[in-house]
Design a protein around this ligand. Sequence first.
Ligand SMILES: Nc1nc2c(ncn2[C@@H]2O[C@H](COP(=O)(O)OP(=O)(O)OP(=O)(O)O)[C@@H](O)[C@H]2O)c(=O)[nH]1
Ligand SMILES: [Mg+2]
Length: 376
Amino acid sequence: MFDALGSSLRASLRRLTGSGRISAADLEAGLAEIRTSLISADVAMPVVAKLLDRIADRARVSEIVGGLGAGERMLGILHSALTETLGGSGRELDLRERPATILLLGVQGAGKTTTAAKLAYRLSKDGRRPMLVAADPRRPAAAEQLATLAAAIKVPMHREPIGTPVADIGTRAIAAARRLGLDVVIIDSSGRTTLDGELLEELRDLRNATKPRERLLVLDAATGQSALTIAEGFQSVAEPTGLILSKLDGDARGGAALSIAGGAGIPVVYVGTGERSDALERFHPERIANRILDMGDLATLAERVRDAEIGPAAGPDAEVRAKAAEARALRGGMTFDDLLGQLRQMSSLGPIGQVVKMIPGMGGMAEQADATRRGR
Ligand SMILES: Nc1nc2c(ncn2[C@@H]2O[C@H](COP(=O)(O)OP(=O)(O)OP(=O)(O)O)[C@@H](O)[C@H]2O)c(=O)[nH]1
Ligand SMILES: [Mg+2]
């Protein structure tokens, strides 16, 4: 993800800052190039406009024109404009209630059920005790799918016979979670190809009965800008508190994430990057901006390493070692041993292409390697 957007933005930046000094005309030309990069990566027009305004304002304020060190400052400006457009400081889920209730919403096939399992897996790794709830009153297959996923990640699941009203499923599930001493209830609702009245009514019932503090709208990144229309459709009945962008692994150009995060007015809390239950990442706007600009994302890489090292096979001091490695990585002082340790863990970290790009400067190298392979 973000490959095409990242490489064309970086190319514009290199051309703009190659001479070390930027004239007013250079800046205009640079902004025009950045605009083209964004549009060809499929970033929605209002988001393009917002981003360019931010860049232009900051460039003027910092009097970048004519100054020395313009390259670094321009990179800094682009980075902070991207971070802000992607949602600023990001957002944590509010899980203070006991049990905390999370309702997952979305149109058919958006990735709700898969995401419900991913979220349960992540929360149980974080020391929570989640329960999954199948709240599709019509399709037996929906509950079956959730049951299979729940069994694989060893998380309890609540289901009721077909035809049970969703409000009853919700309230009984919460009561069961309380009885079992579970602290998070994740409700997987049913999807529909269109946002018809029946679906919206069902969601309203479910919301009224369960009063979920978190109502997370799952949007398929591959649907691009139409995801924004879907988000609007859910606004009146569910008032989503956060977005989860699924299938970001398929968003090669990277425009969808930027369009949705910058255009929906609802913070993105997680992104799905694959079909496996561990393919869910917290959405940190700043880290994503790092990745787009090939400044690496060592923080996310370090978290993945820690998650992998604290798996069941890890030794007693695994957490201590992982924390030390994380601290070194964040200071930029990753040692060869750390890197070696990480290479050994590679299979548990996810696809190697995704991992390599989190290392500063490696995104560009991966592109060069691709280009060489293709004989360019
Ligand atoms: N590559 C990839 N595939 C995903 C991701 N999230 C979900 N999928 C796939 O998308 C398809 C639909 O996912 P579901 O979780 O069943 O979607 P849903 O919203 O529950 O669908 P309905 O219940 O029918 O409305 C499945 O084949 C998933 O494996 C992701 O982050 N990456
Ligand atoms: Mg489903």
